[in-house]
Design a protein around this ligand. Structure first.
Ligand code: FPP
Ligand code: K
Ligand code: ZN
Length: 460
């Protein structure tokens, strides 16, 4: 057997800005600046691990990146689907989220979800209330966040039994009561109105193929609205802040999670190049998004003067393919894309180094940052970010229009991106799967669900 030295270059030259302390360090001492220094301090040894003489060079790829610990992550997620200890009681109102995060993680890791169909159906059926929405637990009030998570989880397992448990006519009536006279949506009856509500509502309407018309008793009809989309773009526009990012509702602080909800919601309203550019200032949005990526950590922070966290690999990272689509325009018009537009508008290398180097727990699962424990939420959104860094997504205007603007007709192509997944010759099971950047589930799950519900128009 050949020695290591024969087969491996013992030293991988990493870019300076992703492997060393930043050239300028803010001397202001605040809780956050201390957390920032601590975070850089805990990331640097991991980012440089390939060059640590005590590391096993077989643990790293040619870029000096640790491999994706696929099987460990699969085992971690599967454990979380079983019975949970009492300490998880705080997540009792977020049960649908646990299913969604776990199913999406397993899909991204190449697992077949079909065997989980029956247990998902049994678990979520009692969460639907007579008013049509789903609660976070049995007997909980209907809320758009768990409703979104249930619908996406059902779409992922697919099949008649999964689809047919949704009472779509009641759901339509409930969504009608959530639509507000200022164009946005409340997250539950008498609850707060924010961009999560708008995104989750449009996902539900389009996946269940509900009519766009507002029910006759919808309170937003008092504002002259007839359609769920009326006033929505204008409302989301008012959520863009002076920083260029997007907040939960007008006059709040811009944050990555809300930026993603608003952008994805706009992508359901219509073709990104028309709609995102119509309602948002894309220059200031691009500037704000760019400032969320840090060096040397490589990952994203959720808002100004905060610290990197692996879940923003999706909330911030997921904004990039949508903004890129808005700038690039539809697929068939690829020739008209501005030639100075780079392939990707953020450092895919930085993000990949942060996710694989700093967010993988050796026990399986992915985490916020090295000093945090892994959990289902951070596992899901780190993996979604890793997938996003490895694929480009584009849409076709003709197909979107034919499908009533439903972005299941987006297309994905793997590009020669950075890192271990870029080699097109690798076996599929060694890759990370692609997902639709608007709905954050597999492409085929969207079209199958929409198709099934489009045959069921008798109720309206
Ligand atoms: C701040 O947390 C986080 C928020 C204000 C928003 C969280 C919302 C989501 C993650 C998802 C919403 C999306 C849907 C589809 C329902 P923090 O102060 O602990 O974190 P930070 O310091 O990183 O800002
Ligand atoms: K955080
Ligand atoms: Zn987080």
């Amino acid at each position: 057997m050949a020695s290591r030295e024969d087969e491996f270059e013992p030293y991988v030259a990493l870019p300076r800005y992703l492997s060393q302390y930043p050239p300028i360090i803010d001397e202001a001492l605040t809780a956050t600046s201390q957390l920032q220094s601590k975070t850089v301090h805990e990331c640097l040894p991991l980012l440089n691990a390939v060059n640590n003489p005590s590391s096993n060079p077989f643990d790293f790829d040619e870029y000096g990146l640790p491999y994706l610990q696929r099987q460990e992550h699969i085992d971690f997620v599967r454990d979380g689907l079983g019975e949970l200890p009492a300490s998880f009681v705080g997540l009792d109102a977020s049960r649908p989220w646990l299913f969604y995060w776990s199913l999406l993680s397993l899909y991204l890791l190449g697992q077949n979800l079909q065997p989980l169909q029956l247990s998902l159906i049994k678990t979520v059926r009692p969460l639907q209330n007579a008013n049509g929405g789903f609660g976070g637990g049995q007997g909980h009030l209907s809320h758009l966040a768990p409703t979104y998570a249930v619908i996406l989880a059902l779409a992922m397992v697919g099949g008649d039994d999964a689809y047919s448990l949704v009472d779509r006519k009641a759901m339509w009536g409930w969504l009608g009561r959530l639509k507000q006279p200022d164009g946005g949506f409340r997250v539950c009856e008498d609850g707060e109105e924010d961009v999560r509500g708008s995104y989750c509502a449009l996902v539900a309407i389009t996946l269940l193929d509900l009519p766009w018309d507002l029910p006759h008793d919808a309170p937003a009809r008092s504002a002259g609205y007839h359609d769920f989309r009326d006033g929505l773009g204008e409302h989301l526009s008012r959520c863009q802040t002076h920083e260029g990012g997007i907040s939960a509702s007008p006059s709040n602080e811009a944050h990555g999670a809300y930026a993603f909800c608003a952008l994805a919601c706009l992508c359901i309203l219509g073709p990104p190049q028309e709609i995102i550019t119509k309602y948002l200032n894309i220059n200031s949005l691009a500037r704000w998004l760019s400032a969320r990526q840090y060096a040397p950590e490589g990952g994203f922070a959720g808002r100004t003067n905060k610290v990197v966290d692996g879940c923003y690999s999706h909330w911030i990272g997921g904004c990039w393919p949508l903004l890129e689509a808005a700038l690039r325009g539809p697929r068939l018009d690829a020739d008209t894309a501005p030639s100075e537009l780079p392939k990707r508008m953020f450092s895919t290398e930085g993000l990949t180094r942060y996710i694989l180097g700093c967010c993988q727990a050796s026990t399986g699962g992915l985490r916020d940052k090295p000093s945090k424990r892994p959990d289902a939420y951070h596992t899901c959104y780190n993996l979604a970010g890793l997938s996003m860094a490895n694929y480009q997504h584009s849409y076709s205007v003709e197909e979107l229009r034919a499908a009533n603007f439903q972005p299941s007709t987006w297309h994905v192509h793997r590009d020669k991106m950075f890192g271990q997944f870029s080699d097109a010759n690798e076996k599929d099971e060694d890759q990370i799967a692609a997902i639709n950047p608007v709905y954050v589930i597999p492409y085929h799950a969207i079209s199958s669900m929409q198709h099934w519900f489009s045959k069921d128009q008798t109720l309206f």
